[in-house]
Design a protein. Sequence first.
Length: 270
Amino acid sequence: MKTKKISQSFTKAIGVYAYQQNKSERIDVGTSPSECGLYFKAKYIDGLEEPPTKPQNLGNWFEYICTGQLPRDGKEPMPQLLKSGKLSTDYVRMEAQALNYHKLMEHHGFKTLHTGYSFDKHDFLTGISDVIAEKDGRLCVVDIKSTGLIDDLYTPYGWGLERIEEKPDLLIQAIQYTVLASHEFNREVDFYFAIFSTKNENKYRLMKVDVSEEALDSHKLETEFAQAKYNEFLNEGFKAHATYDRCLGCSMREDCSEAIKTPEIITIYC
């Protein structure tokens, strides 16, 4: 069996693709490119580089001015400017949030040890942390998030507190980075999300994630599943799951021979 170091995003994506492989629904109108094996292979195996979206550009710039670390492409993020040369409204807001980040860390007694730390000691898991710090003598991983959904309760990536425990796609990072940091430094580790609104410069919060043994055991099973599926799909090949809506949101659409560029006829049974 081949061993691949897998990130938390890889684990989520291969689960989505594996689910799509096993679907037997009569009508498939999926919209996520990750449900297509051609996209999954290009992004997570072949290293497809996609241009960042506007929210990603804003988030990359925000994290850069918070930590001084470049994004994974190694390019310095540039802010969006008005014709006057001043920062656009969104960037002014996040400039204020960067000040809030530093105030938050100082107020709660975090001492930054590393930024942009790449974990490399684990046998098959990987990740890059925004901040490694100490607080009250304990080692901490702090992940910085910028979001327009800081109070959203219902979408998978909304940060509303009342339903946060029901959102595994958000919390998987806390679990994986707890595993990685504990293994890397041979110490107990606390994990924090530092969350900053892109809509309101005064709205931000610090969330400590208490990772249970049950969550760690479950994550171990998920990553073992991801490894097994990775090898299975390498042997069998990655299959296209093309629909008009799914292809519409895919960065490979124009050059992909399997892409559907005109809406299909959908038959409804009554």
